[in-house]
Design a binder for this molecule. Structure first.
Ligand code: ADP
Length: 244
């Protein structure tokens, strides 16, 4: 099924804001097709790390590569990265259909699809997130969970090989959040993409991801499978954000 996802490698990433190091020598390798959780308290550097991978921000030092190729020399539009924000960031004046089509319509002319192909692709994406029936609605007519599924469909429109989700369920109530976790997990197994999702919710990280990275104060404190992190939560506990 087409070309698959990419391996992401970060080496010695440093990102400073003034004298303050938001990222302090971060090394991380994310395997092809992985669904990785970045867990840590507020201010630990999670969003900054995602923004650097996406090309929305640049590190002061260090290397970022995708499949062994330097990514820092490429702009955000050339990295094939889909980004899902905490507050959906849907366009309010556009229908669900147009929100999902947006990324396809703004692609460079050379790769842009014709209208019929765009319609077919949007339909496919809306089917994937099981919301085709909401195609003509506007974002303010949707529930929070539906909006976030649409935001995900929009991020997937350009067939990204990397998907970054920044606290995707943070704005939702507990019940919807629980449903969407399972949904994200099964959706991820159906698509060819390497994903990192940010959360400060330990339970969420352990439930959704196949590997968990625990961050604190701009550093990686712990990396492991959910059971490894769960069985040895000492590090996380020391830094006091279990059950936050
Ligand atoms: P997290 O996503 O884990 O909550 P962030 O990556 O958003 O953490 O932020 C890490 C640290 O860097 C925080 O202390 C934050 O205040 C700081 N920071 C992030 N972006 C900026 C910025 N543009 N200017 C100044 N400080 C920033």
């Amino acid at each position: 099924k087409g070309s698959c996802c990419v391996t992401i490698e970060l080496k010695n990433i440093v990102k400073k804001f003034g004298a303050f190091a938001a990222l302090d020598n971060v090394d991380l390798k994310v395997a092809n097709g992985e669904l990785l959780a970045l867990l840590g308290p507020s201010g630990s550097g999670k969003t900054t790390l995602l923004r650097i991978i996406a090309g929305l921000d640049w590190p002061d030092a260090g290397e970022v590569s995708f499949d062994g190729q330097d990514a820092l020399s490429r702009g955000a539009g050339e990295r094939h990265v889909g980004f899902v924000f905490q507050h959906y960031a849907l366009f309010r004046h556009m229908t669900v259909f147009e929100n999902v089509a947006f990324g396809l319509r703004v692609q460079p002319r050379a790769v842009r699809k014709d209208e019929a192909s765009i319609r077919a692709r949007v339909k496919e994406l809306l089917d994937l997130v099981q919301l085709d029936w909401l195609s003509d609605r506007y974002p303010n007519q949707l529930s929070g969970g539906q909006r976030q599924r649409i935001a995900l469909a929009r991020a997937l429109a350009i067939e990204p090989r990397i998907l970054l989700l920044d606290e995707p369920f943070g704005a939702l109530d507990a019940k919807v959040r629980k449903e969407l976790r399972q949904w994200l997990r099964s959706l991820h197994s159906e698509i060819n993409v390497t994903s990192i999702f940010v959360t400060h919710d330990q339970e969420e990280a352990l439930e959704v991801a196949n590997r968990v990275v625990v961050m604190d104060k701009g550093r990686i404190e712990q990396i492991g499978t959910p059971s490894e992190v769960y069985d040895d939560p000492a590090t996380a506990f020391v830094h006091g954000f279990i059950g936050e």
